[in-house]
Ligand binder design. Sequence first.
Ligand SMILES: NC(=O)c1ccc[n+]([C@@H]2O[C@H](COP(=O)([O-])OP(=O)(O)OC[C@H]3O[C@@H](n4cnc5c(N)ncnc54)[C@H](O)[C@@H]3O)[C@@H](O)[C@H]2O)c1
Length: 258
Amino acid sequence: MKRFEDLIAIVTGAAGGFGKALAERLHAEGAKLVLSDVRAEGLDGVAASLGDDVALCAGDVSQEDHSRDLVALALERFGRLDVAFNNAGIVHGFSKLALLDSQEARRVIDVDLMGVFYAMKHQLPVLERQYRRDGRGGAIVNIASVAGIAGAPRLGIYAAAKHGVIGLTRSAAAEYASKGIRINAVCPSYARTPMATDALGLIADDVASAEKELTRGVPMRRLAEVDEVVEVMMFAGSPANSFMTGQALAVDGGITAV
Ligand SMILES: NC(=O)c1ccc[n+]([C@@H]2O[C@H](COP(=O)([O-])OP(=O)(O)OC[C@H]3O[C@@H](n4cnc5c(N)ncnc54)[C@H](O)[C@@H]3O)[C@@H](O)[C@H]2O)c1
């Protein structure tokens, strides 16, 4: 039996990185997908490789209407929504707080924090209504970061946004626990997606030194592979997770263990 057989899933940020890998894994495990990204061409490429049972909606998660449209598309095309992976996110350039550009900071808050708020705001009423109607629960998985659990020097606004995502996750989890909805956050450390590999280039000229620098505080002394993180996202969103809610799951090679 496939883990997501006939479940309807939204994935944001699905054109690259975690979102693309997640979409591929969910599809292989039987899910029907509503995929979103600001990069429409990237989204088309992912959909072409997947084939059937995929609906696309290009847009920006920092715009509330986009979150409303995604939920509406899930209902219109597939008749329900079972699980949402609120994954789209951006990071700002490494910078001490006083030197951060305020407009860039505002953009990170709008995408990484408000984007997750808008997403849940439109997903929760549908999940709650379905639970009341047929008793089938739903799940939301928000992608935060280890920067949402502890401070992240030179990534201050990103850390603030991700702390906010965990705050939203825990609060909503408590509010909706009795309505059949499990809501968790996944908190990766650096993983081998374009977001992290782009950062490597900013740290040192050669990749090996940059990786060493980036993984200095990681007990496992390495970056995460994308699939290692996606596996945890899959579990958190799957029916197999029936009693865990409101958690910030660190997938971090041991960073938060010490
Ligand atoms: N890669 C890491 O090391 C790492 C670590 C911790 C947390 N994260 C988080 O994981 C999530 C996914 O990151 P990733 O590493 O796959 O990044 P990525 O840059 O590889 O992919 C992110 C995707 O989101 C899309 N996107 C960006 N802004 C958007 C917007 N406003 N609306 C809709 N789509 C948008 C991009 O086009 C891209 O396809 C993010 O929330 C990120 O903060 C990543």
